[in-house]
Design a protein around this ligand. Sequence first.
Ligand code: HSE
Length: 324
Amino acid sequence: MHNNRVIVKVPASTANLGPGFDSLGMALSLYAWIEMSVSDSTVIELYGDQMNGLPRDKTNLLYKVAQLVFEEAGVQVPELRIGMYSDIPLTRGLGSSASAIVGALTAANALIGSPLGSDRLFQIATSLEGHPDNVGASLFGGIIVAAWDGERADYVKIEPHEQLETLVAVPAFQLATEQARHALPKQIAMADAVYNVGRSSLLVAALASGQLDLIGCAMRDRLHQPYRAALIPGMTAILSEAADHGALGAALSGAGPTLITFVHKDSTRKDELESFLLGTLRAEGIEAETLWLAPCSSGPQVAVLEEHPSDTAISLMDWIEGEA
Ligand code: HSE
């Protein structure tokens, strides 16, 4: 028995949090919406300027991901109506591809009565994405500590501290994850590995125990950020000076180019921090947009609509507007 129509709201994410390369992630209060229903012929509607150029046939990622779920569940749903709208900027280090994967997996699973558990979805999402940090955060919400050996991914979720907020600076240029991974060395020195094990462990313990004052020191990294610095002018200054302008800590968000700062909700220096981020990037000739984002403590929200998508059904955009 298939559900008629599902709409899934899935959060964005920031990965690495500095030292936790490919292993730490946190969901953020910025969202994508994906709708899915069984159809006579496949129709893919992508709303918003960001979606320009993405395929609208069966080569679309959302369609292919949905078919993986059906295959695994042993059912056949070859024709789908899919819609997507996203507030998550593409290719900027805020997990847009992970949210699309998690949204499509969740929607396809809900469409057929949710035969696959969340652990199974996590395994599929991780192998599609190639690392568990963004997909784990989008799928489970909160802060995710994850490890993947190429076959199985395991994770623990930490509830974000209620006073934790983030300010992100999203530069006006795109940076492909592949390119940012290409900048990394094949081997690193033992001393740098030890440095990161210490910081990453300290960061997890600080986040789990609510010791926000340790975040600044714990967010430092020697595995990836120094090698990616050349791709993001202004990054090095922001990472080393954000704390002097009111941030608890700062990191490259995922593979960049977005920079993320962690801030105490009650900070009185929010304007100062925002000016510092924008000013530092502008001095390098980079325009950016800043967003204040709270951690998002839950994964996808699923709505099952007992209606047939027709002219009388509510459109995805009206649904999203209704939520706001
Ligand atoms: N951990 C990944 C990276 C996140 O830093 O390359 C990017 O999606």
